[in-house]
Structure formats: C-alpha cells, structure tokens
Design a protein around this ligand. Structure first.
Ligand code: GDP
Length: 304
C-alpha cells in the first residue's frame, strides 16, 4: 500500500503510457516495442537496461506465442522484477544487516540535500519503534546546520545524538558515538557523514578514516555503508553512485523522494548498472515514509 501511494507519480506516468500503448496497438509488433522502449527510457530505467529488457521481452513473446498486447503487460512486470535482480535468482528483499544481540553500526554517506538527515531520522524512529535502543553520531561536521538538523531529528524521534562542534573531526565524533553506544548498550548506532564531492581523494580519505575508526572498535563494522540518493535527480544520482562506490564500499542505496518523481525506474538502473542493492526508499517527508525496498512490491506499485 505504501509503495502504491509513494509511487503515484511514477505509476501515473508509466502505467498510463503502457495502458495507452496496449490500447493503441492491440497486436504485438515492432512499433509496439519501439514505443515501449521510449516509455521505459523516459521513466529513467536506463538505456542499457531497457535494451536488454526489450530484447528479452521480444524473445519471451515469441516463445509463448503472445499476440495480444494485454498479455504483454504481465510479461513486462515479470521482466522488470528479473531486471532488478539480474543474475541473482534468490529475489529476496534485502533489508539492513542487523547484529543479533550486539551493536550494529550504519554509516550514511551522500551529498547535501539528497535527504540523508531525514532518512537517518526516519530510520532511527523505525528502529526505536521495533524496541531497539538507537544512538546517532553527527559526523557531518562540515555543512553549516547539519549538526543542529540531526539534533532536531533526534529530539523529534526521542533518540540521543552524539555531537561535537562544527568543523571538528568527523572520525572523532564517530569514535565518541561508538564509545557512547557501547557504554549505553545501544543496539544501533547510525553515523552521519559529510558528502563533499568536489574532491574525490578527500572524500575517499575522510570516509576511509571514519571507517577505520569504526572497524578498529568493532572489526565487522560498519555493517552497512548506505549511500543516500535523490530519485528526482535521475542521471545525477547515477553519477553520484558511481563516484561514491569508487571512493568506498557502498553496501546499499537509500533512494529518497520517490514520491516526488515520475522517474522511479532509476531503481532498476542503479541495481543493474552498479550492482548495489536498493535497501530503503523514501516515499515522503514524514517519519513513517521510509520503506524496505521490495522489487515485487515496487513493480506491482507501478502497475496497480
Ligand atoms: P540532507 O542535506 O541530505 O541531509 O537532506 P535533508 O534530510 O535535509 O532533506 C532535504 C529535503 O528533502 C528536506 O526538505 C526533506 O524533507 C526532503 N526529503 C527527504 N526525504 C524525502 C522523501 O522521501 N520524500 C520527499 N517528498 N521529501 C524528502
């Protein structure tokens, strides 16, 4: 239901166009596939992924001897799910890794304005609702206002925030966060970081310093490095994903503002081209508007 609501814009554009196509063409032919290709590309599914999808659709349609475009709709949704999972046969919902009975550490990375702080706040709220003790570390010491903003989220959702002054060393904040989390027996520590992209070497150095501080204290941590991307920025999000995944081992994507775009197809492109799973999606500005990504629910949401 949440996916359905949050995907309204993508669905309206996507589903309407596909329905129009189905009505217009009735019979599956070359032109039908050509127009379908355009619809998918305009939803930001990504050119490579679309080519692949169309090719597979054409084969499947031949194999099953499908003539009626109405039946193709079914095949399209099947293939979209397959497109997301690629070689992965499991088709599992990939939630966040959690350490049972031990401290779990999540590191959030991403550029300003993508919705990083908001996502951290929402996640903290949800984990707290599940009965977990959560702590936040204000590791974005660079952007003016970032510490206060995270602090405000902490107050809003009732979670403590470990912070230093603006301009201080992010690694030191994160170190303090871990010590506090350990002594307070927290279940989850969520660390914010600054996402300066101007200089890749700096970004790499800063992130690796923060990661080192964490893994020195807890060898398996951080358990997730979550890159936050803004779905409304389309191909920009793709290039950010490339840069960050070159700078550090990103374990999952948090894709925000899906509710604000008709180009939700970006999810498929990211997973396909960068082989990074989308773990969480932002579907609005409220505390409850963060969902674990589920490709079946997503594709269903596109057509429902
Ligand atoms: P940060 O600079 O990356 O920390 O970004 P913020 O967390 O401050 O978010 C920037 C803006 O995006 C804020 O106005 C948020 O309310 C908004 N935002 C974040 N996530 C979502 C989302 O999933 N949907 C919508 N509609 N807005 C969002």
């Amino acid at each position: 239901e949440k996916f359905k609501k949050g995907l309204a814009k993508t669905r309206n554009s996507f589903s309407t166009k596909i329905n129009d196509l189905v009505a217009k063409y009735r019979e599956v032919d070359e032109e039908f596939f050509e127009e379908l290709e355009e619809v998918l590309i305009s939803a930001d599914v990504g050119v490579h992924a679309v080519m692949e999808l169309i090719e597979e659709l054409e084969m499947e349609v031949k194999r099953r001897n499908i003539k009626d475009t109405k039946e193709v709709r079914e095949v399209i949704s099947e293939k979209l799910v397959e497109l997301y999972y690629g070689e992965d046969d499991e088709e599992e919902v990939e939630g966040l890794h959690e350490e049972e009975g031990d401290l779990t550490v999540y590191l959030f990375v991403g550029v300003n304005g993508v919705g990083k702080t908001t996502s951290i706040g929402k996640l903290a709220y949800q984990l707290k609702q599940e009965g977990k003790k959560v702590l936040l570390a204000a590791g974005d010491t660079f952007r003016a206002g970032a510490i206060e903003q995270l602090d405000a989220w902490g107050k809003r959702v009732g979670v403590d925030v470990i912070k230093h002054n603006a301009g201080s060393d992010p690694a030191a904040v994160v170190y303090d966060g871990i010590q506090a989390a350990k002594s307070r027996k927290a279940d989850v520590l969520i660390c914010d970081t600054a996402g300066r992209l101007q200089n890749k070497v700096n970004l790499m150095n800063e992130l690796s310093k923060v990661k080192k501080v964490i893994s020195r204290e807890i060898p398996e941590a951080p358990h997730e490095v979550l890159l936050t991307l803004d779905a409304t920025t389309g191909q920009n999000a793709m290039s950010q994903a490339k840069t960050f995944s070159e700078a550090t081992d990103v374990t999952g994507i948090v894709l925000t503002k899906l509710d604000g775009t008709a180009k939700g197809g970006i999810i498929l492109a990211i997973r396909r081209e960068l082989e990074i799973p989308v773990k969480l999606v932002g579907l609005g500005e409220g505390v409850n508007d963060l969902e674990t990504f589920d490709a079946h629910a997503f594709v269903y949401g596109l057509f429902a």
